[in-house]
Design a protein around this ligand. Structure first.
Ligand SMILES: [Zn+2]
Length: 267
């Protein structure tokens, strides 16, 4: 099954989904239980919502608190892309920074590196073609020292070996020390999900976009309310997990994705 790993990802996230979902009152774990059950990836970063890193215990506690606080009811959604918010403000890059999103691709990918470089190009092009404000800039001269500690690039793309996700990334508000895209080699064997679309999804997070399926219209996979809608709900968004009542199974870039990125960064 091509999606088996993503189902595993969701299973990992279901612990949190269930907290905010139906069995709300009865199934809330204690903070200690929640912290102990949170997946830590091989780089020591803890992962929530399937592929989103939290940077510190304080941030994980904030996440836990946001899940276990009383859900906002009856929130009207006039306006499928949604932007992450931090303390109510959009989590986005400045106009100058979004036009120069530099990255390296680690030599540690070995024989897989050319495929990762190509998939990054393909994933970046989805967003760049929709908004001329956005430019992801590959800096191959930094590939030999491609880590979060390399200050010559905004972020690094590095290999990881894990059964918990295919790839994971970061948000604009993530501090430099955690700002990387980690990719497992299962990206090349994920069926109808092409490597370019998978990295396109991850690069969507790096631009500030949240999982579309956290919107109430999905009816499942709720994460939290820390986001602002940019377009109408879009079940076929690249940011919508297909297995969360998605309307597409191939993680393609949608017309609302294009509309949403233009709404946030300009056309
Ligand atoms: Zn994601």
């Amino acid at each position: 099954m091509p999606l088996s790993k993503w189902k595993a990802v969701l299973a990992a996230a279901v612990g949190t989904t269930a907290i905010a979902g139906t069995a709300y009152a009865a199934d809330i774990p204690s903070w200690q239980q929640f912290e102990a059950s949170t997946y830590t990836d091989p780089t020591g970063v803890r992962i929530v919502n399937g592929d989103e890193p939290v940077d510190s215990t304080g941030e994980l506690r904030q996440f836990y608190d946001s899940l276990t606080s009383t859900p906002k009811q009856g929130k009207k959604l006039e306006e499928g892309l949604i932007v992450n918010t931090v303390n109510g403000a959009d989590d986005k890059w400045s106009a100058s920074q979004v036009g120069n999103l530099t990255y390296c691709v680690s030599d540690k990918f070995g024989a897989d590196k050319a495929g990762i470089v190509a998939a990054m190009n393909g994933g970046a092009a989805l967003w760049e073609n929709a908004s001329s404000a956005i430019d992801f800039v590959y800096v191959p001269s930094q590939d030999s020292s491609c880590s979060t500690r390399n200050n010559n690039v905004l972020f690094s793309v590095e290999p990881v070996s894990t059964s918990q996700y295919i790839a994971r990334s970061f948000f604009p508000s993530t501090p430099k020390r955690s700002r990387n895209v980690l990719v497992d080699d299962s990206i090349f064997t994920s069926g109808s999900w092409t490597p370019s679309n998978i990295l396109g999804h991850e690069l969507g997070h790096t631009l500030g976009f949240r999982h579309e399926h956290t919107r109430p219209e999905a009816g499942t996979c709720f994460e939290d309310n820390n986001w602002r809608p940019l377009t109408p709900y879009d079940s076929v968004s690249i940011m919508h997990y297909p297995q969360c009542n998605g309307g597409s199974d191939n993680l393609q870039f949608s017309s609302y994705d294009a509309q949403g990125v233009r709404a946030l960064y300009g056309s």
